[in-house]
Design a protein around this ligand. Structure first.
Ligand SMILES: Nc1ncnc2c1ncn2[C@@H]1O[C@H](COP(=O)(O)OP(=O)(O)OP(=O)(O)O)[C@@H](O)[C@H]1O
Length: 252
């Protein structure tokens, strides 16, 4: 189980935040200062991140790249409020999240962050539409409203005609588009993706990247993505390189 799977906490207060489209384009969506992470296992201490500073503006697509073990997932988890750093602070959408309680963090994530995973994480026994509906009801949307919203989200990713298909009858790219539609429930301003194209062939990978690009540029969402996929670099506003837990460079 990845750290992200912990993020869909059973928290059912209604969504109250403003739509992503209302955020000013220049606002800082993510700001990390002096972020460090030490993992303690038995007698050993491992420093996975060292003094990471970064600032990401809203409406941008940022890639988090670097060799295996360099700290990408750890950093994404910290920036998503899933892991608490041992040093430093994180502000998301102008709010300091580092001192929040677990339930405050769960609520913040639910209201503001859409998660996308390499393995799609769809419920195999639910149709494409039901997968989205379920996520909406977890976010506190009433069932009859959720059904309507789920249809509209599915239309946004161009899959209206696949509404009643089970995940096993969809291609990898279609599954990922359902997962993206699900992530858009509740209109999150931040989208955090962990290797979203790793399991996809070139054509499907391209469709997913274009969709994420559209969500950032047309709807002013901030997309932060861990990836090894060099194809995405052309669509990104900047690339953050991590090496041995340290920020090596930001390519704009
Ligand atoms: N819970 C943990 N306990 C101990 N060490 C951990 C823990 N989580 C991660 N690490 C270590 O921290 C380092 C960074 O891990 P991380 O998963 O962030 O790397 P990554 O860049 O995402 O790697 P990959 O590309 O292989 O997914 C690794 O050496 C890893 O073994």
């Amino acid at each position: 189980m990845t750290a992200y799977q912990l993020s869909l906490a059973d928290y059912s207060e209604p969504i109250t935040t403003a739509p992503a489209s209302l955020l000013p384009k220049t606002a800082l969506a993510i700001a990390a200062k002096g972020v460090g992470m030490n993992f303690q296992s038995r007698s050993e201490r491992y420093q996975a991140l060292k003094s990471v500073d970064l600032e990401l503006k809203s409406g941008k697509i940022q890639l988090l790249m670097g060799p295996s073990g360099s700290g990408k997932t750890t950093l994404l988890s910290i920036l998503a409020g899933i892991l608490t750093p041992t040093e430093g602070s994180v502000r998301l959408l102008g709010q300091e999240i580092t001192g929040m309680s677990r339930s405050q963090l769960a609520r913040f994530r639910l209201e503001n962050i859409g998660f996308i995973f390499q393995g799609f994480n769809l419920f195999p026994a639910l149709t494409a539409l039901e997968n989205i509906e379920v996520a909406l009801t977890v976010k506190g949307v009433r069932k009859n409203v959720a059904a309507k919203q789920a249809r509209s989200l599915l239309a946004q990713v161009g899959l209206t005609e696949k509404a009643n298909q089970l995940p096993r009858d969809l291609s990898g790219g279609q599954k990922q588009r359902v997962a993206i539609a699900r992530a858009l429930g509740g209109d999150p301003k931040l989208i955090m993706a962990d290797e979203p194209t790793a399991a996809l062939d070139s054509q499907n990978g391209h469709a997913v990247i274009e969709l994420l690009h559209r969500l950032a540029k047309e709807q002013n969402r901030t997309v932060l993505m861990v990836t090894h996929d060099a194809r995405i670099m052309d669509f990104a506003d900047s690339v953050i390189q991590l090496e041995d837990g340290m920020l090596k460079q930001m390519v704009s």
